[in-house]
Design a protein around this ligand. Sequence first.
Ligand SMILES: [Zn+2]
Length: 286
Amino acid sequence: MSAIDVVEVRDFLTHFHWGRHPDDPMLDMRLGGGAYAVHRNGHAVVIDSMARPGQGQWVRDYLARTQGVTRFTLVCSHWHVDHIVDNVAFADDVIVGHAHTREVMLARRAEFEAGYGDYDPFTVVPPNLCFEGRLDLWVDDIKLELHEVKIHEAGHLGVLLPEHKILLASDLLEDPLWFFDFDFASAAVQRAEFDRLRAMDIEHIYPCHGSVDTIRRGGYSKRLIDANAHYIDAMLQAGAVSDETRCTPQPLLSDYLEAGVISWWEPYAEVHAQNREAVLSLQGGS
Ligand SMILES: [Zn+2]
């Protein structure tokens, strides 16, 4: 297991980053990413259990050792494998997730346990406390609002800490660009969700996949919402994706790259290529 970089974002909020490994065979290791934990007075809510077996246990052990955490709650932001691989480290705890997340994990258990795509085989442990829409959790006196948001994947949860104006966005927002999936909700529905996020009282955004340096410097501003909304707008523009040369991601994102809102990371060219296919099939192209 590669080393995990720990960022003490606040005295009650820790980020665990698995690093960016451009030559790794696994896309999520090339992109980089990580998990978060909100902790106070012996209780931690861990948001996502990381991408490789053993990483969730590593997070758990770290929090027990350094923060004196004895009580854990896991939140699954969505079912994508790089967020649920080490749920087994929390098998005896409350695991909160959207009902859809539990459904998919159970339906695809055999596939995931045999080794799905470029992921290591892992033991499937689905959420045992499910909801749809909204749910509030508390870590001591810290309120966590779980919001279902229709971006990226069905049943995706964003975690808002209203008192601190912090959004733990998981894959709702991504630097430099996000993964499209239009099967569960139309592009228009997902685009409108960015406006709903924009209306929330947020000052610091912490995504799963992003630059650890930006996370270390206090996270992303709401301009990340604008950058991700602009990306889908630009991709959906008439004819934008039909010409591959017009559709290279950096020119599409240049305003936000130049302003330092996002920063280019080459493995995202692969994500962009997949998004281009998604838009072409939406538009009935090849
Ligand atoms: Zn995802």
